[in-house]
Design a protein around this ligand. Structure first.
Ligand code: 13P
Length: 248
């Protein structure tokens, strides 16, 4: 059975106070959880969060640069994240695609940089409302997945997680129904199975987009949904811990 993952993406939110009040409780939760619990705070908090997280709570970044080092003012490389004992990095979040113009090619390069550094990359994919309404959901999502996967070896898949986040469900309170989500997750797994059924079966595919304490259990119970990538609700400790308890 695939071990589920509940990941919190703080985006550009949070504070030193939130870090100190919430992370010790979450570290305790992670120790007992059947699932993997991951938090991705803003880069500024990564070092302190890593120290507070203890042995079981996983800490990851929200982005990395594709180069190892160099004259890239304001950027952070995957190697630096690994050097700080972090384990994961999000790549291809829809906000980075839409606001910062990240292309599939750049996201593939960042994914390779993350894997080369020994990190696990959480590859985010998802369609916009216009794309869904035009019947292009699977075209878009499977295109985003294959643009990255084609650049990797099957051995790399051990350190890859996919997160399906329909753009229209992010921060809108409008969650995909469990059927809508399961349909896309199943299609992603089927597309991966064309490379290797065994590796596709082992791939964790997370759902993101308005995951809350009251819808997490139903989503996580779907056969191809292996946990969640949680934005807004990951900033509230009671709510996030309750979502974590809905996994596995
Ligand atoms: P919300 O949970 O706030 O909808 O955000 C989802 C997301 O973008 C996580 O990466």
């Amino acid at each position: 059975m695939r071990k589920q993952i509940v990941a919190g993406n703080w985006k550009m939110n949070g504070s030193n106070e939130l870090l100190n009040s919430f992370v010790p409780a979450l570290a305790e939760e992670a120790k007992q959880s059947q699932a993997e619990i991951l938090v991705c705070p803003p880069a500024l908090f990564l070092g302190d969060m890593r120290r507070l997280a203890g042995e079981y709570l996983l800490v990851g970044a929200q982005n990395c640069h594709e180069a190892v080092s160099g004259a890239f003012t304001g950027e952070i490389s995957a190697d630096m994240l690994a050097d700080m004992q972090l384990s994961h990095v999000l790549v291809g979040h829809s906000e980075r695609r839409a606001i910062y113009g990240e292309t599939d090619a750049l996201i593939a390069a960042k994914t390779k940089a993350a894997l080369n550094a020994g990190l696990t990359a959480v590859l985010c994919v998802g369609e916009t409302l216009e794309e869904r309404e035009a019947g292009r959901t699977l075209d878009v999502v499977l295109g985003q997945v294959s643009a990255v996967v084609e650049q990797l070896t099957l051995a790399d898949w051990a350190n890859l997680v996919v997160a399906y986040e329909p753009v229209w469900a992010i921060g809108t309170g409008k969650t995909a129904s469990s059927e809508q989500a399961q349909d896309v997750h199943q299609a992603i797994r089927a597309a991966l199975a064309e490379y290797s059924p065994e590796h596709a079966d082992a791939m964790r595919i997370l759902y993101g987009g308005s995951v809350k304490a009251d819808n997490a259990a139903e989503l996580f119970a779907c056969p191809d949904i292996d946990g969640g990538l949680v934005g807004g609700a990951s900033l509230n400790s009671d709510e996030f811990i309750s979502i974590c308890r809905s996994a596995n």
